[in-house]
Unconditional design. Structure first.
Length: 78
């Protein structure tokens, strides 16, 4: 899918409804912006997070449980 967008005031760009719906984007959601050669690539930040989680899944067994336990203990102290 391709479209043409205009840069508005304060350099804002509005994504068309079809794009927002296809990627499940919501107002206020964070996007990652990368330069790829001469192109700008927008990626929902949640997709980058999923890719990172998948990349490191299983590499540090028990570490996530340990982190959750630390956070719970910290929360209880507050």
């Amino acid at each position: 899918m391709t479209t043409t967008l205009k840069i508005g005031k304060a350099f804002r760009v509005v994504l068309p409804q079809e794009f927002r719906e296809q990627f499940g984007l919501r107002e206020g959601e964070a996007l990652s912006v990368e330069l790829d050669g001469g192109r700008l690539v927008l990626t929902p930040l949640r997709e980058k997070q999923r890719a990172i989680q998948a990349r490191y899944a299983g590499r540090f067994p028990g570490l996530l449980d340990e982190l959750y336990a630390e956070r719970r203990a910290e929360s209880e102290r507050e």
